[in-house]
Design a binder for this molecule. Structure first.
Ligand code: KG4
Ligand code: ZN
Length: 337
């Protein structure tokens, strides 16, 4: 089954053709990052307008690269939640019109379920049940993947998401938006023991809280400036990355141990972080767990992951009609259409 999938929930306009949920026939991502970088973050209205301008060309390119045409695909899938509402609406309306015009099924896909499914494209042997750590710009979750379309969220962030914390700390360190990858690169040259940063306590041991850590970085830089001291940015980046990686890893591994999972996976934009990947693979080995991570090309937003999840949603009959709407917020274990 070939699915044409579309993603427009934030600042990437993306389309892909995915076979049987596991094989990438084509995948095209048009990023708007350079433009949003001028403003230090994503400007929602600009994002919607750029999706509007690019979506036809991106879908055409994905079909062309796959050597197919829209009338030959078996279904159309689209991210319908969560995300920037104006951005989501562009993809949803485009996909609806296309599916309706072609007389093909329309499959709505939850964005975070898509991030998790990125792993299916890289690891043919990965099947539920397993435990997944999702860390992206907008979300940080510890999730039990009970089946392809059945999830249970054990913990989530109570304030900032991990990626958001990376981006805000990076901004304070003087890096461009989005700063996660700049911290990752700087950390390689720094001393991870030079600065002490806090690990916040949460009532539910599997929830996360990153806003205190972000504030600690901002205060540390501010206080040094006031005293006329120079900050060693590479070392601050290394300490920050180590602290975030340890918080995510420790809670995730503890949850996997408690629930008895030996199969674990990582997903979301922050899954690209070398410190987190290293930390988690060490912890997995120590605990006799098998860790699955997506390749770097599938960590950030893309449509291939949406097509992968769409295949399994379709098996369960999760299709929509022309009344499909987009939603800015929706929990991945309580999806409604
Ligand atoms: O999943 P994603 O592409 O978008 C959302 O769904 O939110 O995640 C984007 C986030 C940004 O916060 C970005 O800074 C972060 O992923 N990110 C990284 C790295 N690459 C991207 N964070 C840390 N280290 C990286 N190498
Ligand atoms: Zn995402």
């Amino acid at each position: 089954m070939d699915i044409l999938s579309i993603e427009s929930s934030c600042d990437e306009t993306a389309a892909a053709v995915i076979r049987d949920g596991r094989e990438i026939i084509s995948s095209v991502v048009a990023t708007q990052i350079e433009e949003h970088r001028l403003y230090g973050g994503v400007v929602p209205e600009i994002a919607s307008r750029r999706h509007c301008e690019s979506i036809c060309a991106v879908v055409s390119e994905a079909l062309e690269k796959a050597g197919t045409t829209a009338d030959k695909v078996d279904a159309v899938a689209v991210t319908f939640a969560p995300g920037l509402i104006g951005a989501l609406l562009v993809g949803v309306n485009y996909a609806k019109s296309l599916a309706f015009g072609l007389g093909k099924p329309l499959i709505p896909v939850h964005h975070i379920r898509g991030h998790i499914a990125a792993n299916y494209l890289a690891h043919p042997e990965l099947e539920p049940p397993y435990m997944c750590l999702v860390a992206s710009g907008g979300h940080s979750h510890i999730v039990e993947v009970k089946d392809y379309t059945e999830f249970s969220v054990l913990g989530r962030t109570i304030d900032d998401a991990a990626g958001e914390c990376f981006d805000k700390a990076a901004r304070a360190m003087g890096f461009p938006y989005p700063g996660g990858v700049f911290i990752d690169n700087a950390a390689k040259q720094g001393d991870p023991k030079k600065y002490h940063l806090p690990k916040p306590h949460t009532e539910n041991p599997y929830d996360f809280s990153f806003s205190g850590l972000k504030t600690a970085v901002i205060n540390l830089i501010h206080n040094a400036k006031q005293k006329g001291e120079k900050i060693d940015v590479n070392s601050l980046a290394a300490c920050f990355q180590k602290t975030v990686s340890e918080i995510l890893t420790d809670k995730f591994i503890a949850a996997a141990c408690e629930k008895g999972y030996k199969k674990i996976a990582l997903a979301g934009g922050v899954a690209a972080n070398s410190g987190l990947r290293g930390n988690l693979s060490e912890a997995a080995e120590k605990n006799g767990m098998r860790l699955f991570v997506p390749p770097l090309s599938l960590c950030g937003d893309n449509a291939a992951m949406i097509g992968a999840q769409a295949f399994y949603e379709f098996q369960k009959g999760h299709t929509a009609d022309e009344s499909l709407n987009a939603y800015a917020t929706m929990s991945l274990d309580k999806v409604r259409y």
